[in-house]
Design a protein around this ligand. Sequence first.
Ligand SMILES: [Zn+2]
Length: 356
Amino acid sequence: MNTGVVIDRRYMDHDMGAYHIESPARIEVLIRMLEKDPPVPFVAIPPRPATEEELAWVHERGYIDLIRSTAGKSVPMDADTVAGPKTWGTALLAAGGFLESLDRVMDGSVPNAIALVRPPGHHAEASRAMGFCFFNNIAIGAEHLLRRHGLRRVLIVDWDLHHGNGTERAFYERRDVMYFSAHQSPLYPGTGAVRFFGHGEGFGCNLNVPLLAGKTDADYLLIFNRILAPVAAEFAPEFILVSAGFDIAAGDPLGGMSLTSRGFGLLTDSLAAMAGRTAGGRLAIVLEGGYDLPALGDGVGEVMKALSRGTVPCGDSPCGDPAPGSVSPSLRAELEEPLRTFRGKWDIPAPWVSSA
Ligand SMILES: [Zn+2]
């Protein structure tokens, strides 16, 4: 069955200035790829604007009013985030487009989906736009699954280069939404330390894996298969949502990670396998960062190919454990604190490939 894709020219309407890296051209390259050379057949999902009620699941009313009041104007929100004349409308369409993709997965018309939207969302907090983000698309999506579809547990996986501070804060004391982030550290926005492991009922449901620059496909795959997968199996999400930042691609101007386009496909395969175990394969991805335009297009293409493969067991396939010797030498030491912390709550078998 073909995967679902949310894409719309109106995602180019939000414009923070000619020299801003989070530019309409990011959507333009994706539209061109899907029109001229689609990696796989797909079902186009038309977006709709999110309602203010849906935004209010995550954002304060006064903040929603503030963003609405920027319509038709140009208003700086932080050092690198500007609400332009069409930002309000585009941001509603970004959140609403993601919700549409979730509805199509829930009603079975597509097995999984990717929402290629902007502005991105994972830095947006309840009453604060920051880091190119206005409304937290993925957090609103998780609430949608719980409130409208009656799901009980949702897993959010954030592979963007940056830590998703907004998503972390939205669910920090909740046990119905697990947040797992691997991110470059130190880096903007400065959050995402391992010790922030959730609080109260949410203790153990906020998992941060800060990483030094230079990590590869093999490193991320090992983290997904050997740390995230066992935690996910125990948490048993009914849906997996992904904050997909392609700013971990090699050559991205903001980051120092070294993922290849093939790596993005393998990470998607790994997540699809997790979704197949407890979530009926339900997996929906939303675009966050990614600023090297060719790498963005290639990465999205590989993710779409993986989504169209559906759920594949990762045991002996390419999304299984990486080849001996391919893991970065420093990774073991970097994962000591996350493993020690996560094992306080979750049953993670001793890592890992003996040769690492
Ligand atoms: Zn990012």
